[in-house]
Ligand binder design. Structure first.
Ligand code: GTP
Length: 469
């Protein structure tokens, strides 16, 4: 059985993403908004609810989730939407209820001041597991709480649970970002993502806002819409854990397929099509095949991260096709991908494809025969986001602008070194991605001890063709 995963939602964005994620998971597992099972058939389940839900007395399912914020509105909104679903003991709102005022430094210091209480909550949640596997942190990198409190939690968790898998779902701000110090918050958070997380799935509000107007055919889209796109991707990433077969049924087995070295762990998600199984009012295609879906994913138009890099280099790619799938369609699409995508010379040019299972509780599957698909790509396309972050950071930092918000922060009592170092980490990361395009990239890396992995539970390549399906 797959191990348990604890979801930690931090700040307005993290808690709103979580609200949609849990709503989607509840639908996919036939669980009502009060946590009661909607399945009265008496048949044995063939999904696995245990990784994400606790089963309590009275057969009530409770999310393995912690909801944290420095002001009450987002958590209250989630509670109002799902009365009785979440465990009230898994919610933490700072007593002052003032938020972090968009300052990473305030969020970070709150995290340090309340670290014992927060780790205590995490320990209690871990105590309720039998085969605990790891964490997923949901947050934005640009506000004060998700970025600052999120950063201090990343440090504390990786210190306390060094052997457990720590993943993040991290939202980057759009170019129309409303807060001038967002580049500061983003740089400081990126350093923690780089140093403390094992895999970070990146979302970018530019790409999300563009996609929402296409998917919902509505020019007036909001976070309500973007968060449904995020939750569709998150649900598809975890599909093989929740509807298990013999492969990709743990966080390490999914992410170690994608992460060649500890630094290069920033992943770009794509998803298509956004049908009503995943978003409100989504359009069903009359029919499609896994071949159509995979090709759509490879062409980049359904990416949830925008990039200015033409023809990026792919290090690794994992796709999941969910729904009606012919193996031949998958093989044809993989062959096309190997021609179309520019893989790093040392990479096996392999597209790993998981054939996922559709939830029996979603739409009537006898009525339709379409496939939904997700792609997670480790690609140099991500460097465009890092470079943009450094450029916007440099513009304000070079003038010493807006630093007042940080001057009381514990991290900044002796000056601004933390900014300089964090920016350097992001620049090094960008250079590491660029270096990964070289044929000899892995030669040096493989000799470093920390990269010697003694056991990786990846899928078995039965036919030895590097295509794992
Ligand atoms: P404080 O408000 O300073 O206490 O921090 P916070 O972490 O709660 O702030 P928030 O999560 O609102 O972060 C701001 C950034 O997240 C901005 O870039 C927003 O555009 C983005 N954001 C906020 N809410 C959402 C959301 O629900 N969905 C998406 N996609 N982005 C969001």
């Amino acid at each position: 059985m797959a191990g348990e995963i604890i979801t930690i939602q931090v700040g307005q964005c993290g808690n709103q993403m979580g609200k949609h994620f849990w709503s989607q998971l509840a639908r996919e597992h036939g669980i009502g908004k009060d946590g009661q099972s909607l399945d009265n058939s008496g048949d044995a389940r063939d999904d696995d609810t245990n990784p994400f839900f606790k089963l309590n007395e009275g057969n009530r399912y409770t999310p393995r989730a912690l909801m944290l914020d420095l002001e009450p509105s987002a958590i209250q909104d989630v509670q109002n939407a799902f009365p009785g679903f979440f465990d009230p003991r898994s919610m933490w709102i700072s007593p002052e209820e003032l938020g972090a005022g968009n300052s990473w430094s305030k969020g970070y210091d709150y995290g340090l001041a309340n670290q014992d209480a927060l780790l205590n909550m995490i320990d209690k949640e871990v105590d309720a597991t039998e085969n605990f596997e790891g964490f997923q942190l949901l947050h934005s990198v640009a506000g004060g709480t998700g970025s600052g409190l999120g950063s201090s939690l990343l440090e504390a968790i990786s210190d306390r649970f060094p052997k457990k898998f720590l993943t993040t779902y991290s939202v980057f701000p759009s170019d129309e970002s409303e807060v001038v110090i967002q580049p500061y918050n983003t740089i400081l958070t990126l350093r923690r993502l780089e140093e403390n997380s094992d895999a970070s799935v990146v979302f970018d509000n530019n790409a999300l806002l563009n996609l929402t107007s296409r998917v919902f055919r509505d020019p007036y889209t909001s976070y309500l819409h973007t968060n449904q796109l995020i939750s569709a991707a998150m649900s598809a990433i975890t599909n093989s854990i929740r509807f298990p077969s013999y492969m990709y049924n743990s966080l390490p087995s999914i992410f170690s397929t994608l992460v060649p070295t500890p630094e290069l762990h920033f992943l770009v998600p794509s998803f298509t099509p956004f049908t009503s199984d995943y978003v409100t009012g989504g359009k069903e295609p009359k029919s499609n095949t896994a071949y159509d879906v995979l090709l759509d994913l490879f062409d980049g138009s359904s990416s949830l991260v925008s990039s200015s890099i033409d023809n990026p280099t792919y290090l690794n790619v994992l796709c999941s096709v969910i729904g009606t799938t012919e193996q031949n369609d998958v093989l044809r699409a993989i062959a096309k991908a190997q021609q179309r995508l520019n893989f790093a010379p040392w990479s096996f040019s392999s597209v790993h494809v998981n054939v996922g299972r559709q939830s029996p509780y979603l739409s009537d599957q006898t009525r339709h025969s379409y496939t939904n698909g997700l792609m997670l790509a480790n690609t140099t396309a991500i460097t465009s986001l890092f470079t943009k972050t450094c450029t916007t950071f440099d513009k304000i930092f070079s003038k010493g602008a807006f630093l007042n918000t940080f001057k009381d922060g514990k991290m900044f009592q002796n000056g601004w070194d933390e900014f300089v170092e964090s920016r350097q980490v992001v620049e090094d990361l960008t250079e590491e991605y660029m270096a990964s395009e070289q044929e000899t990239y892995l030669d040096g890396v493989l000799l470093e001890d920390e990269n010697m992995v003694d056991h990786i539970d990846t899928g078995f390549d039965a036919d030895g063709d590097d295509n794992i399906i």
